[in-house]
Design a protein around this ligand. Structure first.
Ligand code: ADE
Ligand code: ZN
Length: 354
């Protein structure tokens, strides 16, 4: 779409435009969509005792100071997931939210080690998630794929074991990622695991530059050979890296509300997303762990509109980037981009002409 097509869209129209525009979500941990109410319901269903007496008490504990303080609660929350139906119900609840936000495609992270280490078989996890993905396509028209993450605070050996357990289900997930505590767990720790995953034809992504330094982004690219960087907001600390990311059109899956909740930036006004866009980077907007960070996809967009002075062109670029950076075929991407263009064209047509 040409720049001039956006000129008449006013600030007042932006919230409705953000709601109406189709978009893809590329950075969402399915365990991070577990709302406190569902945690309590599953705990009761499975006879699990929680250390918080009420939903309100649990919610009050969501005052994080950094990534680790969040991860401690996030792993505790996931302890209520025991049966295939639990994983299905969790993912289904996310898909209902995605549909409300006009997310037409989601590439979802899951953390098998969080479950297999508690004795829940890999098969239980992936079958429950997969059946929810199939149902979302059939009943909601939302498409999705699964990306298996290795927990970087665990060993290389544990990651290889998880990869081995996953191979009978190879056709149920499209790629691998790397998440959990970033500092002190550099990309090179998983060089051999990622090399094996590449040989297996898996798509590769990794969290880098969330709390860790810009060098971890460089290493994720050069050593792990990733195709997207999850977060990546600390890239601005290295001007050469910024130039490289722009030249390679390397997507950054940025998660604004997460970055504020985990104190990567003090306030949304200080978030660097607009600057990243101004550098020509392939930025996308995502919700990371929406049940913990105060909102799903559109709430992330609304927070950016409120505090970072985003305009219609920015909203278009962010949504378009989400499709371009997704792991679907070029033909499918083109279909969604055409829908996006149509949404913007109809808003431009109805905008008051000055
Ligand atoms: N696991 C879930 N959310 C995460 C995040 N924001 N960073 C690293 N690991 C995570
Ligand atoms: Zn994440």
């Amino acid at each position: 779409m040409s720049q001039s097509a956006f000129a008449h869209i006013s600030r007042d129209q932006l919230p409705a435009l953000v709601q109406a525009m189709p978009k893809a979500e590329l950075h969402m941990h399915i365990e991070g969509s577990l709302e406190p109410e569902l945690i309590f319901a599953l705990a009761q269903r499975n006879g699990v005792t929680l250390s918080y007496p009420t939903v309100e008490d649990l919610r009050k504990a969501y005052a994080f100071t950094d990534l680790q303080s969040f991860l401690d609660i996030y792993y505790a929350g996931a302890s209520v997931l025991l049966k295939e139906q639990d994983f299905h119900d969790m993912a289904w609840a996310y898909f209902l939210k995605a549909k409300e936000d006009n997310v037409v495609h989601a590439e979802l992270f899951f953390d098998p080690q969080t479950h297999t280490d508690r004795g829940v078989p890999f098969e239980v996890v992936i079958k429950g998630l997969h059946s929810a993905c199939v149902r979302a396509r059939e009943e909601l028209g939302v498409s999705s794929e699964l990306i298996m993450c290795f927990l970087r605070h665990l060993s290389e050996e544990a990651a290889f074991e998880t990869l081995e357990q996953s191979l009978p289900y190879r056709d149920l997930f499209i790629g691998v990622g790397l998440d959990s505590s970033e500092r002190g767990h550099p990309p090179e720790k998983f060089a051999r695991v990622f090399a094996r995953c590449k040989e297996l034809g898996l798509r590769l992504v990794a969290h880098a530059g969330e709390e860790g330094p810009a060098q971890y982004i460089i290493d994720a690219l050069d050593i792990l050979k990733v195709e997207r960087i999850d977060h990546g907001v600390r890239c601005l600390e290295d001007a050469d890296l910024v130039k490289r990311l722009a030249a390679e059109r390397m997507a950054l899956t940025v998660c604004p509300l997460s970055n504020i909740k985990l104190c990567v930036f003090k306030t949304m006004k200080e978030h660097n997303l607009k600057t990243l866009l101004q550098h020509g980077l392939a930025v996308t907007v995502n919700s990371d762990d929406p049940a913990y960070f105060g909102g799903y996809m559109n709430q992330n967009f609304l927070a950016l509109l409120a505090d970072l002075d985003l305009n219609a062109q920015d909203a278009y670029t962010l949504a378009r980037n989400s499709f371009e950076a997704s792991f679907v075929s070029d033909a499918v991407k083109a279909g969604w981009i055409a829908q996006l263009d149509q949404t913007f064209a109809s808003f431009a047509a109805s905008a008051p002409k000055a």
